[in-house]
Design a protein around this ligand. Structure first.
Ligand code: PTJ
Length: 247
């Protein structure tokens, strides 16, 4: 990897791109993940590569959702594993969530490579390899889940994916937190809490909010959850993309 000087105006974006490239080379990220990253970058560029205030509110609501959950699960795909492996482990630790690998382009090699990568970053238990349950209504590999993981979860963090699994999980009455830079994507639209932010900023931000809220009582957490307005957050993100600035 060519060293990117910190003074480069697009330093963070270029470092992120290199991490995805490295993920592909290590068999963690699919080649389609490169295309997904390009789509995300375009939206991030229009957002000013910053966490807008509505995304920060969504990250706080996401943290509160995780803390009130009985069984929260963070779903990990090839892009997430390449970009934020240590950060998802920290989020899981801060909220008592499970980590489960779930892939669109599922192969046993990629499943193992991602699970190993997460363990190298401190994960003690990684779900997804058992795949002894299915999400009804999906006819592709993303339907495969663990019966004591996503199948049993009440709150699932679903970062960066296509919309049909988000809709299928929603149909199972699971609360979904979706991280997606495109506020018009089906997964963001299907989410209870859509977080329109780059996963590299969003995951550490949710963890930080979870740590801040760790001592809060259930009523306070439930109020944060109830006061979050998903439609307004999506509209604010679309305005920021179309018109620039932040509300
Ligand atoms: O690892 P696999 O096999 O499960 O495959 C994962 C990918 C990402 C390839 C697969 O889910 C896919 O094709 O996703 P899509 O349909 O391209 O959707 C990805 C969404 O994530 C798009 O709406 C992008 O704008 C958004 N996105 C891409 N990069 C980021 C992002 N959102 C947040 N942060 C990013 N870094």
């Amino acid at each position: 990897m060519t060293d990117v000087p910190e003074s480069h105006p697009r330093h963070d974006s270029l470092v992120t791109r290199h991490r995805i490239e490295e993920g592909v080379e290590r068999g963690i990220t699919s080649r389609q993940g490169l295309i997904a990253q390009g789509r995300g970058e375009a939206f991030d560029y229009l957002l000013g590569e910053q966490t807008i205030s509505s995304a920060d509110a969504a990250e706080r609501a996401a943290a509160a959702q995780f803390l009130v959950a009985d069984h929260p699960v963070v779903s990990v795909n090839g892009n997430v594993a390449a970009l934020v492996p240590g950060e998802v482990v920290e989020l899981a630790d801060a909220t008592g969530a499970d980590l489960e690998v779930n892939l669109f382009n599922r192969t046993e090699e990629r499943m193992e490579a991602i699970a190993d990568h997460l363990r190298e970053h401190g994960a003690t238990e990684v779900k997804g390899l058992t795949a002894d349950a299915t999400v009804p209504g999906l006819d592709h590999e993303r339907a495969k889940v663990d019966s004591d993981g996503i199948a049993a979860a009440d709150v699932v963090l679903v970062p960066l994916e296509d919309g049909d699994r988000a809709e299928a999980l929603g149909a199972l009455d699971k609360t979904e937190v979706v991280i997606d830079l495109n506020p018009l994507s089906r997964s963001a639209q299907a989410a209870t809490v859509p977080v329109v932010d780059n996963v590299v900023r969003a995951v550490p931000a949710i963890t930080e909010h979870a740590r801040d809220l760790a001592g809060a009582d259930r009523e306070t957490l439930e109020t944060i959850v109830a006061e979050f307005d998903a439609d307004e957050a999506l509209a604010a993100a679309e305005r920021a993309i179309r018109e620039g600035g932040d509300d």
